[in-house]
Design a protein around this ligand. Structure first.
Ligand SMILES: *Cc1c(COP(=O)(O)O)cnc(C)c1O
Length: 474
C-alpha cells in the first residue's frame, strides 16, 4: 500500500467505522450477534491468500462477514458483562498510536511514549483522588496487574527468593486471601505465581457480598498456627458479579498489622473514583500496596488499557527488571524504563488514546457520564424494588443491578429455568443484551450500565422489555 492508497483507504476506513458507530449509537443493529458457532469461519478461506488482493475486497468482507458476527458492546441497549467503552476520541488515539508505531522498549527508543505514559498515568491518579505516593504503568489487563501484584507480594514475603531457589527452597507455603466474590483472575494469578490453588483462601462474604474481615483475621491466625506464611490479601472494590465493595480500610488495618501485601482490584469500579462522592467506596486505599484499574472498561479508553499502581516502585523494579544492573541505570538516569514496570519488555503506545480521551472529554465530561450511568442503575433499582414479583439480589452502589423475576409457585430450580429463559428471549430479540450470572448457586440477571450512548429512554425501554419477556408465559 503506498501513501496515496493509504490516504484513500484510510478515509474509507474512518467512514466505515463512523457509519458503524452511528448505527450502534442509534441502536439499529440487533445487539447480540446472530451467528451460529462456526458461521464466521465458514465464510473465510482456510489458508492465506497466495496473491495480493484488492483492498476493496477486504473492506467488503468486513461488512459482509465480520459485522454480522459482532455483538455490539457500544450499542445503547448493551447491558451485558461490564461496560467496555471505546470513546471516539480514544479510537482516534489508537489509530494514531498505530500510525506512529513507536518502539516501546526504553526511553530513547521513544521519549514521547515514555513521557506521555508518565503524564497520563499521573493524570489518571489525580482523577481518582490518589495521593502522589502512587506511581504506575499501563498493563494490558487487570489479570496481568493482579499477577504482577502477587509476584511482588511473593518476592517481598520471600526476601526476593526468585533470585535464589524460588518457591522451591521455601519451607513455609505462602497463602493468599481474597473474598469468595473475587474475580477469577485472582485464582489464575495465584496459580501462575506458583503459590498454588490450595493456598488461596476464599474468605466468606456478608449479606452485601463484602469480605468478612473477622473471618479473614481468623483464617490468617489459623494459617500461621499451621506453619504457613500468610502473604497477601486481594480486596475488591466493585466485584465482577454484583459490584460488591470489600471494606478496604478494615482489611488494610489487618494487612498493615500483619505485614501482608494488600492489592486492591478496582478494575471496573476504579472509573467511579473520578467522582468524589464515590471515594468512600474504597476508603483506606492509601494503605494498600498496589491497585489495578481498567480505563478500558467504564472510563472509555478502549481495550486494552489497564493501570497498575504501586506505592513502592523500587520494589516493583527489583522484581520486574530483567537486568540486575537496574539499580545503577535507575539511580543515574532521570528517565523511566517501563520495561521494568511489568512483564513485557516492549509496550504499545497506550497513552495516546488516554490523552485524547481525557483532553476531549475533560474530567467534567467523564464525571457527567459516570454520574449519569449510576443514575440509570438507581432508577432501575427503584423500579425493581417497587414492583411485586421482582427482587434485587444485591446492593447496587454503582452501575450494575442484579435482579430476579420471581413468579409465585416456582421452586428454586424452576426459577433458574425461568430466569435463563427470559434473559435468553431478550438477547435473542436483538433489542437488548443482558448477562445471566450465578449468585449463591442460583441464576440471576445482571444489568450493567455504562454504554456511552445509553440514555434514560433506553433504560425505560429495557425495563418494559424485561417485564414483558419475564411475564411471557404466565
Ligand atoms: C473485569 C475485571 C477483572 C478482569 O479484567 P481483565 O482486564 O479482563 O483481566 C478483574 N477484576 C474485576 C473486579 C473486574 O471487573
Amino acid at each position: 500500500m503506498d501513501i496515496e492508497e493509504f490516504r484513500r483507504f484510510g478515509h474509507a476506513v474512518i467512514d466505515w467505522v463512523a457509519d458503524y458507530r452511528g448505527q450502534t449509537r442509534l441502536g439499529e443493529l440487533p445487539v447480540m450477534a446472530r451467528v451460529a458457532p462456526g458461521g464466521v469461519k465458514r465464510e473465510l478461506p482456510v489458508g492465506p491468500p497466495p496473491q495480493p488482493e484488492p483492498f476493496e475486497a477486504v473492506l467488503q468482507d468486513l461488512t459482509r462477514i465480520i459485522l454480522p458476527a459482532c455483538t455490539h458492546s457500544q450499542d445503547p441497549r448493551f447491558f451485558g458483562y461490564f461496560p467496555s467503552v471505546s470513546s471516539l476520541a480514544a479510537v482516534l488515539g489508537d489509530y494514531v498510536a498505530t500510525g506512529l508505531a513507536q518502539l516501546g522498549i526504553n526511553w530513547q527508543a521513544s521519549p514521547a511514549l515514555t513521557e506521555l505514559e508518565d503524564v497520563t498515568i499521573s493524570w489518571l491518579r489525580q482523577m481518582l483522588g490518589l495521593s502522589a505516593a502512587w506511581s504506575g504503568a499501563f498493563q494490558d489487563t487487570a489479570t496481568t496487574g493482579t499477577l504482577v501484584a502477587l509476584l511482588s507480594a511473593r518476592e517481598r514475603a520471600t526476601s526476593y527468593g526468585a533470585s535464589r531457589g524460588g518457591l522451591q527452597e521455601s519451607a513455609r507455603p505462602l497463602v493468599v486471601y481474597a473474598s469468595s466474590q473475587s474475580h477469577e483472575s485472582v485464582g489464575k494469578a495465584v496459580r501462575l505465581a506458583g503459590i498454588g490453588s490450595n493456598n488461596l483462601r476464599l474468605v466468606p462474604v456478608d449479606d452485601r457480598y463484602a469480605m468478612r474481615t473477622d473471618v479473614l483475621e481468623e483464617m490468617i491466625r489459623t494459617d500461621r498456627a499451621r506453619g504457613l506464611q500468610p502473604c497477601a490479601v486481594v480486596a475488591t472494590t466493585g466485584s465482577a458479579e454484583t459490584t460488591a465493595l470489600d471494606p478496604v480500610a478494615d482489611i488494610a488495618a489487618i494487612t498493615c498489622a500483619q505485614g501482608l501485601w494488600l492489592h486492591v482490584d478496582a478494575a471496573m469500579a476504579g472509573s467511579a473514583m473520578i467522582l468524589p462522592e464515590c471515594r468512600w467506596m474504597w476508603a483506606g486505599v492509601e494503605k494498600a500496596d498496589s491497585i489495578v484499574f481498567n480505563p478500558h472498561k467504564w472510563l472509555g479508553a478502549s481495550f486494552d488499557c489497564s493501570v497498575y499502581w504501586v506505592r513502592d516502585a523500587e520494589h516493583l523494579l527489583r522484581v520486574m527488571s530483567a537486568n540486575s544492573s537496574y539499580l545503577h541505570t535507575r539511580s543515574d538516569s532521570r528517565v523511566k524504563s517501563y520495561r521494568d514496570w511489568g512483564i513485557p519488555l516492549s509496550r504499545p503506545h497506550r497513552a495516546v488514546k488516554v490523552w485524547f480521551l481525557v483532553r476531549e472529554q475533560g474530567v467534567s465530561g467523564l464525571q457527567a457520564r459516570i454520574r449519569r450511568d449510576i443514575g440509570h442503575a438507581q432508577w432501575l433499582a427503584e423500579q425493581v424494588d417497587a414492583t411485586s414479583g421482582w427482587r434485587r439480589m444485591a446492593p447496587s452502589p454503582l452501575q450494575t443491578v442484579c435482579v430476579r423475576h420471581e413468579p409465585p409457585g416456582l421452586n428454586e430450580s424452576a426459577l433458574d429455568t425461568h430466569t435463563l429463559a427470559w434473559v435468553c428471549r431478550i438477547n435473542e430479540s436483538g433489542r437488548a443484551y443482558l448477562t445471566p450470572a450465578r449468585l449463591d448457586g442460583r441464576w440471576m440477571v445482571r444489568i450493567a450500565f455504562g454504554s456511552e450512548a445509553t440514555e434514560h429512554h433506553h433504560v425505560a425501554a429495557l425495563w418494559s422489555l424485561m417485564r414483558d419477556e419475564a411475564s411471557w408465559h404466565h
